[in-house]
Write a new protein. Structure first.
Length: 587
C-alpha cells in the first residue's frame, strides 16, 4: 500500500466501524463495512496486552487495529482490497517506542560526518569523502569528533597506561592536507572528540579571516596554516558558519527516519529544539513523517508555552508536545555527573547544570511547569543528583494541587542503593533509562566510581521495587560514544548486561539483568504510559493505533546472546507499511 499516515483519523466514522466489526465477529461472518486495509499474520504475536498476551495476526483499518487473534479471526476482515501479509515463522510485536532521542543531531551525523572511530589519515579521508558526497552543495561540513574510540582504547579517561597496544601509540593529529583535495571549496570545521582541537580546511580558514600569528592558529615551519585550531580560534570560524537551510534539515531528517523505520521504531520521545519542530511539521504535512514524535522542549520554555495556551499533549497522533526536559547534573562521559563522593580518577564530585542556578531556580521551574499542565522530565545521573531531583519532585507534589503526574528521572544511571528505588516507586516516578549505556559505560565505570558501580543501571532493583521502567537509546549519543537506534541492542543489553562480543561472562553485575518480557514492556506499553498515551498505543489491542513490527525470529526462543542479531522485516505505522526488508530476489 502507498497511502499516507492519517494524522487525524475520522474518529466518529471509525468508532462505528469498530462497533460493527465486533458485531460481525459475534455473528461469525464479515461485512463489507468491516474490511481491513491490511492484515499481517505471523507464527506468533506478543501483544503486550495482559488480557490477551498471545496471538497470531492483526487486522487494521483506517490507521487503527480492528482485531487481534488467531489467523481465522483476523481473516474475517479480508475483503477484495485488503492487503494480506502472510509471514510464516515470523514474530509480531507492538511498535517499538524510544524514550530518548536527539533526532536532529542523529540526522546531522547521518548526512554529515561521523569521526568517532577515526584515528588515522586513511580513515579521516574516507569518512570526509563520504560526507562530502552526501551533503548538498554549499553546505558546511562540521563536527565529527575524531578520536573518541582511540581515547578510550588508551584508558577510560583517555590517559596512557602501561603495556602494549593502542595505549603506546601517540594520539592521531590530523592536517588539512589530508582533506583539502577532497573537500575543495566546501568549508570544513572538524572537531576532536573532547573539543580541545579543531581542523579547518582552507575554505573555512579564509571565511573566518584566520592567518598565522593569530592566537590559536597552528602553522607549519614554512609559515603555512596546518588547519589545526585551538578552541579560541575555532570560535572565530564557528561565528561565520551559516545555519543549515530547511532543505538540508529535511534531508537530514529523511535519513534519520529511514534508520528508525529499519529498526522497527514507530515512536520517539525526542529532545526537540524549535528549529527541528518546524522540520517535523513539514514532514507531517507532506505525509513523510513515519515515526510518531513526542517532542520535548526544555523546561525553561514552560512560560512561553503557557503564554499561548499549550499544555502537555498538544498536537495530533503523529506530532505532539510532550514533557519538558530539565537538567540537574552533567554526564558520566566527562566525569561531570554529580556524586556524594569524589570520582576516583579526578577527585571531583561532578557539577550542577545551569538550570540549578541560582539556588532555588530548578524548584521554581518545576513548580511553574507543573501548575501549567506540563510534565517535567529531568536529567539526573549521579547518586546525589538523583536524590536532589527526588527531593525537588517531592516539594512540587506537596506544594501544588493534587493531579496525575508522570514525572521522570531521565537516565537514572547510578542510584545510592535499593532505598532510592523504593522511594521512586512510592512517589510514582518513572525511571527513564537507556540500557545500551550500561554495556558501553562498563568499560570505565568501576575505575571512576569504584564500588558505587554496583548500583549503576540497576534495572532489576528498580523493577522489583515497583518502579516503572521506560527504555530508549539516547541516539545518536555523545561526543565520546555512538548510541545505536536499534531497540534490539537495548533489549540485549538489559537482558544480558554484556558487551556486543559477550563480555563479561554472565554479565556485568548479573543480579541486575531483567527478563525479556520486562524489557519488551519497557520499549512498548511502559513508554506509552510514560507519555500518557497508554489508551492509544503500546500494545496490539483492538482500537489502538495500528503500529507494529515483525521480527525474523521469536525472541522468546533464541539464546539471549542472539537478541542483538534479530532483524526487523516489517514496520507498520498507522496501518501503513513504512519499511520491509527486501528479499534476496528484490535485492
Amino acid at each position: 500500500m502507498d497511502r499516507k499516515c492519517d494524522a487525524s483519523p475520522r474518529r466518529g466514522a471509525w468508532g462505528w466501524r469498530l462497533l460493527l466489526s465486533w458485531l460481525v465477529l459475534a455473528a461469525g461472518g464479515p461485512a463489507s463495512a468491516q474490511y481491513a486495509d491490511l492484515i499481517v499474520v505471523g507464527e506468533w504475536a506478543w501483544t503486550g496486552d495482559p488480557a490477551a498476551p498471545w496471538a497470531r495476526g492483526v487486522a487494521m483499518d483506517d490507521g487503527r487495529i480492528l482485531a487481534v487473534g488467531e489467523r481465522r479471526d483476523v481473516m474475517l476482515y479480508r475483503g477484495p482490497m485488503t492487503e494480506v501479509r502472510e509471514m510464516p515463522g515470523r514474530f509480531l510485536l507492538p511498535g517499538l517506542i524510544d524514550n530518548h532521542t536527539h533526532f536532529n543531531r542523529a540526522g546531522a551525523l547521518l548526512l554529515g560526518v561521523n569521526l568517532l572511530a577515526v584515528a588515522d589519515a586513511e580513515g579521516l579521508a574516507r569518512e570526509v569523502a563520504a560526507a562530502h558526497a552526501r551533503l548538498p552543495a554549499g553546505a558546511w561540513m562540521v563536527g565529527g569528533d575524531w578520536g573518541a574510540y582511540e581515547a578510550w582504547a588508551r584508558g577510560s579517561s583517555g590517559e596512557g597506561e602501561e603495556g602494549g597496544g593502542a595505549e603506546d601509540r601517540a594520539p592521531f593529529v590530523p592536517h588539512r592536507r589530508m582533506i583539502e583535495p577532497i573537500t575543495g571549496s566546501r568549508p570544513v570545521l572538524l572537531s576532536r572528540w573532547d573539543r580541545s582541537r579543531y581542523l579547518a580546511n582552507g575554505a573555512a580558514l579564509a571565511a573566518a579571516g584566520l592567518a598565522c600569528g593569530q592566537p590559536g592558529v597552528d602553522c607549519d615551519e614554512g609559515g603555512t596554516m596546518s588547519g589545526l585550531l585551538a578552541p579560541e580560534a575555532a570560535a572565530r570560524v564557528q561565528a561565520v558558519i551559516p545555519q543549515p537551510s530547511l532543505e538540508q534539515r529535511m534531508a537530514e531528517a529523511r535519513m534519520a527516519l529511514a534508520r528508525l523505520r529499519r529498526f522497527g521504531v514507530t515512536g520517539i520521545h525526542d529532545v526537540t529544539p524549535p528549529e527541528q519542530l518546524r522540520v517535523f511539521q513539514e514532514l507531517d504535512r507532506g505525509g513523510e513523517l513515519t515515526v510518531r514524535v513526542y517532542a520535548r522542549p526544555t523546561l525553561d520554555r514552560w512560560q512561553d508555552l503557557a503564554r499561548v495556551g499549550i499544555r502537555h499533549g498538544f498536537g495530533n497522533e503523529m506530532l505532539k508536545i510532550g514533557g519538558l526536559k530539565g537538567f540537574v547534573d552533567g554526564i558520566m562521559g566527562n566525569s561531570s555527573a554529580r556524586f556524594y563522593e569524589p570520582y576516583l580518577t579526578s577527585g571531583e564530585r561532578g557539577s550542577w547544570r545551569p538550570m540549578m542556578q541560582p539556588e532555588g531556580n530548578m524548584l521554581k521551574l518545576l513548580l511553574g511547569a507543573d501548575r501549567s499542565g506540563h510534565q517535567p522530565q529531568v536529567h539526573a545521573i549521579g547518586d546525589e543528583a538523583i536524590d536532589v531531583l527526588l527531593d525537588l519532585y517531592q516539594q512540587v507534589m506537596e506544594s501544588n494541587p493534587p493531579r496525575e503526574r508522570r514525572f521522570r528521572v531521565i537516565h537514572t544511571q547510578v542510584i545510592r542503593g535499593p532505598q532510592v528505588a523504593e522511594r521512586m516507586a512510592k512517589m510514582g516516578v518513572i525511571a527513564e533509562v537507556q540500557p545500551y549505556h550500561c554495556i558501553d559505560d562498563m568499560r570505565w565505570m568501576e575505575e571512576r566510581i569504584g564500588e558505587r558501580a554496583r548500583w549503576a543501571y540497576a534495572f532489576k532493583t528498580l523493577h522489583d521495587k515497583g518502579v516503572r521502567l521506560s527504555f530508549g537509546s539516547d541516539w545518536p549519543g555523545t561526543n565520546a560514544s555512538w548510541y545505536p537506534a536499534n531497540p534490539m541492542l537495548g533489549i540485549y543489553a538489559a537482558v544480558t548486561r554484556q558487551t556486543l562480543d559477550g563480555k563479561p561472562p554472565g554479565g556485568w553485575y548479573p543480579q541486575e539483568r531483567i527478563d525479556l518480557e520486562t524489557a519488551l514492556r519497557a520499549y512498548t506499553i511502559n513508554n506509552a504510559w510514560a507519555a500518557g498515551e497508554e489508551t492509544t498505543k503500546g500494545s496490539l489491542t483492538a482500537g489502538k493505533l495500528a503500529d507494529l513490527v515483525v521480527l525474523d525470529r521469536n525472541p522468546f526462543e533464541v539464546d539471549p546472546a542472539e537478541l542483538k542479531d534479530l532483524e526487523v522485516l516489517l514496520t507498520v505505522v498507522g496501518g501503513r507499511v513504512v519499511y520491509h526488508k527486501p528479499s534476496p530476489v528484490e535485492r
